[in-house]
Write a protein that binds this ligand. Structure first.
Ligand code: SF4
Ligand code: SF4
Length: 148
């Protein structure tokens, strides 16, 4: 099974037919400065049914598409972040243009589960020799890399 679809890595926007469904992982994991929402704290607006201010949600929320939603990682719902336990993102830093790739663990131990480990290894392989920054649930970070 192909986990990483490299041609989709830098394509903005959702892959046609792919939707967030019940996932709201990014509404907790990501920092949203315009809402004064820190990383890894649930947004005040998130509801069981999704965003409570969907039509008025701020630009960073509208613009955010994780790599699963973009169709760059995973082949089905089983690799959606809320199922896999890991959210992948890749973006270019505005200041430098440097491309950074991040994997965020969604609950304690999720990144160590077999499917998540395979996914992380596949992404590290795909972006080599660049680094994958792994953000663990406990707030620690580590860098994963394959030298080429
Ligand atoms: S983590 Fe990805 S799939 Fe989940 S809600 Fe955010 S953009 Fe959608
Ligand atoms: S405003 Fe809505 S989309 Fe944005 S983080 Fe909060 S719940 Fe999620």
């Amino acid at each position: 099974m192909t986990f990483v679809h490299e041609s989709r890595l830098r394509v903005p926007g959702a892959l046609e037919g792919r939707t967030c469904g019940e996932c709201a992982a990014c509404c907790t994991v990501m920092a949203i400065p315009v809402l004064a929402k820190p990383a890894r704290r649930a947004c005040d607006h998130v509801r069981r049914s999704g965003c409570g201010i969907y039509d008025e949600r701020p630009e960073p929320c509208r613009d955010f598409h994780c790599l699963w939603l973009r169709g760059a990682v995973g082949d089905g719902e089983e690799s959606r972040p809320d199922a896999l336990g890991v959210l992948f993102d890749q973006c270019a830093l505005r200041a430098t243009g440097e491309v950074v790739t991040v994997a965020c663990e969604l609950w304690a131990g999720a990144a160590a589960l077999p499917e998540a480990r395979r996914a992380i290894e596949a992404v590290v392989e795909a972006i080599a020799p660049r680094v994958l920054a792994l953000s663990r649930y406990d707030g620690s970070w580590s860098e994963l890399q394959i030298e080429r």
